[in-house]
Design a protein around this ligand. Structure first.
Ligand code: SF4
Length: 271
């Protein structure tokens, strides 16, 4: 892992994600190195041309005293959008923890999203916020497939265990079933496993981008050779997602779950 340090003028930045006002990305790069990652474009914008996603990390250096909790009243802040706030190196550098400590007292709605069991470290801090939700993202319960697609992230069972602990501490939780791999993501099994400690579910489909298509196809070929034709079809005909979405919706309605579906229907950027 190539580690560098980089000064960040502002650690809380305006977001262009719908329904999120600000994002906090305490690091540049992501040790989890997921094969489908949509944040890989960061390589181009951050002077990492030639580096492999998942193999470098810039630790942001910032003036924590500039964080003013009152500035974000009524806003929604996501931690994080192009990295994971609880990477293994967060244990050492503690950027996420420092930022949260400075934000205590805010009236903003804070949303934490991670694939790491390290998140339980900050339960003491989460309890100090008026409006916070903590979520994990998960695609599969199959540990071998998870290791293949998300090599640096915590095992799915450890993520779920972390979410249970957070729920038991009285904190609002969500399970983000993402990315949804057709015929592989057993969302019903994930829901059955997590329903007793999840307040809210979110779903997002697998986002085919030019940079990740060859990797996704090669892993499907290797792990699920029978599904390769299906994936080629879905990649070309995005209306296939409508069927998946309808199934999920019906299941959630029938089981009276709180949920939202964030499926993209063919509107992806080509870059
Ligand atoms: S955890 Fe998120 S940001 Fe990190 S590599 Fe995976 S998808 Fe990308």
């Amino acid at each position: 892992m190539k580690i560098s340090f980089r000064e960040a003028k502002s650690i809380i930045t305006k977001s262009n994600i719908p329904s999120i006002d600000y994002v906090i990305n305490p690091y540049i790069g992501c040790q989890h190195g997921c094969i489908y990652c949509y944040a890989e474009f960061m390589i181009r914008f951050t002077g990492h041309k030639g580096d492999r996603w998942g193999e470098f990390l810039d630790v942001k250096e910032f003036n924590a005293d500039k964080i003013k909790p009152e500035k974000y009243k009524g806003k929604r802040i996501l931690l994080s959008s192009v990295t994971d706030p609880y990477l293994p190196l967060e244990k050492k550098y503690q950027n996420t923890r420092q930022i949260l400590e400075k934000l205590v007292g805010t009236d903003a709605e804070i949303s934490i999203l991670t694939k790491s069991k390290l998140v339980v470290r900050d339960i003491d801090l989460f309890k100090k916020f008026k409006n916070i939700e903590v979520g994990i993202s998960i695609s599969t319960l199959d540990e071998t497939f998870a290791r293949t697609i998300e090599r640096g992230a915590s095992k799915p069972s450890d993520r779920l265990e972390a979410l249970r602990t957070i729920y038991e501490a009285g904190i609002q939780t969500y399970t983000f079933i993402s990315p949804f791999f057709p015929e592989i993501t057993d969302y019903i099994a994930i829901i059955e496993e997590s329903v007793s400690y999840t307040h809210n579910y979110m779903f997002e489909n697998l986002n085919f981008r030019p940079h990740n298509i060859p990797r996704i196809m090669s892993i499907i070929k290797e792990c699920y050779p029978d599904l390769i034709a299906k994936y080629q079809e879905i990649h070309k005909d995005r209306t296939q997602w409508d069927i998946v979405e309808t199934e999920i919706r019906d299941y959630c309605e029938e089981n009276q779950l709180r949920y939202s579906i964030e499926f993209h229907h063919g509107g992806f950027s080509k870059s």
